[in-house]
Design a protein around this ligand. Structure first.
Ligand code: GLY
Length: 395
């Protein structure tokens, strides 16, 4: 309702180029990883269309975990101990010397399903065989990365970069499991909050100077100008940040709670990245907090029905944000479900408690058959604040 949706595939570069010219599009912002990995940014750039996002070579930081590991090792960026393999038998042999649990990752893009934490050797062998022999993720399983398992507090720090300057956003935590208190299978993300009290401003500076900026510089050293968004998925272990993964895009659902806190014009930041002038723009952030909860279809992340009417979208308070993901307009104009993760309800507040209360007060007004959402988003953080009288820990 706020934009014109075009029936175009993101891989149809010729079609996209024609639409951009026809509609005098000033800027293309590429969201998901698959078109980034297939080089949409280079293609549009070659057509002279301003485009925000990393080119194909830079997007390898997400599209090849072996490449990312190699870059981190080469440039002293903290990551779990591990190794990459293109030989199944060598990977199998290596597994035998590892402490359990162990983390096995398909090298390529696997729609968020390519990381397996194996707690027994049998599970690890099975994961390896699925990836490299049965090729359940196709060519994404040409290589695997095997990492030691590390425990700590997980957090995402995402930054804008024009290939020289790195401007971090506010940190955020996401919730990957379907069930309350992290039970059940992984999903695309069931909610998020910002900022986590255990991640201080000093930690943001440290991750920017020790992880994000060195990676952008390392890329430049390889002749790759990294422009767009660089996402570091981190584990804080004994007060030290360790990189679990890099992504070449905005995080989902973290971005839904990060951007509402941005006080600077987002387009000014995008343009500064595209025009290599990020050093001339300052990103200002609100000191408020933000919480987002995803509503999903019954059965997700397994099979689910679609086409169910969504009720109550008009019954939410005025300043509540609803981000539509798996929705569509039916012929009669009703908004219906059209995916596993259907929509997110996002609120800001003076603190996490206020933001969280507002989200849950409003989400209960939205309804569709079998709708599901986690009840514990941001709760752990608020419990930690209540029990410590301040933030969740000392990092
Ligand atoms: N929240 C994790 C991701 O966007 O990949």
């Amino acid at each position: 309702m706020i934009a014109e949706n075009l029936d175009l595939r993101p891989t149809d570069i010729e079609g996209l180029g024609m639409v951009c010219k026809d509609k005098s599009i000033d800027l293309v912002v590429v969201g998901p990883e698959a078109p980034l990995a297939s080089g949409i940014v280079d293609d549009l750039d070659n057509l002279g269309i301003p485009v925000f996002g990393p080119g194909k070579a830079a997007a390898r930081i997400e599209s090849s975990k072996a490449f990312a590991r190699n870059m981190m090792e080469k440039h002293g960026i903290p990551c779990p101990k591990g190794a990459a393999f293109s030989s199944y038998s060598e990977a199998r042999e290596y597994l035998r010397g590892q402490r359990l649990p162990v983390v096995i990752k398909a090298d390529g893009l696997a729609a968020g399903k390519g990381v397996i934490i194996a707690s027994s050797l049998t599970q690890a062998d099975e994961a390896l065989s699925d990836i490299m022999e049965a090729r359940v993720f196709g060519s994404a399983g040409d290589q695997v990365v095997i990492d030691e398992y590390i425990a700590g507090r997980e957090v995402s720090l995402i930054a804008f970069t024009d290939g020289k300057t790195v401007v971090p956003m506010v940190p955020a935590c996401d919730y990957k499991k379907i069930g309350d208190y992290d039970q059940g299978p992984n999903t695309g993300g069931m909610g998020s909050y910002s900022p986590p009290g255990f991640f201080s401003a000093a930690m943001t500076e440290r991750v920017t100077s020790d992880i994000l900026a060195p990676m952008v510089k390392a890329m430049a050293g390889e002749g790759i100008s990294y422009k767009g968004v660089l996402y570091a998925g981190l584990m804080i272990v004994d007060g030290k940040p360790v990189v679990l993964e890099f992504n070449a895009r905005f995080g989902d659902p973290e971005t839904q709670v990060i951007l509402p806190l941005l006080e600077t014009d987002l387009v000014a930041l995008f343009m500064a990245v595209v025009q290599s002038g990020l050093d001339r723009v300052k990103a200002e952030w609100s000191s408020r907090a933000c919480v987002g909860v995803v509503m999903s279809s019954c059965g997700y992340p397994g099979s689910y029905k679609t086409g169910l009417p969504i009720h109550g979208l008009g019954n939410i308070e005025e300043d509540v944000l609803v981000f539509h993901a798996g929705t569509k307009l039916a012929n009669d104009g009703a908004v219906c479900t059209d995916g596993g993760r259907v929509l997110s309800v996002v609120c800001t507040g003076k603190d996490l408690l206020e933001a969280r209360e507002k989200v849950y007060r409003n989400i209960s007004n939205v309804d569709f058959e079998g709708c599901y959402y986690r009840r514990d988003i941001a709760l752990r953080e608020i419990d930690a604040i209540n029990s410590n009288g301040k933030s969740g820990s000392t990092e």
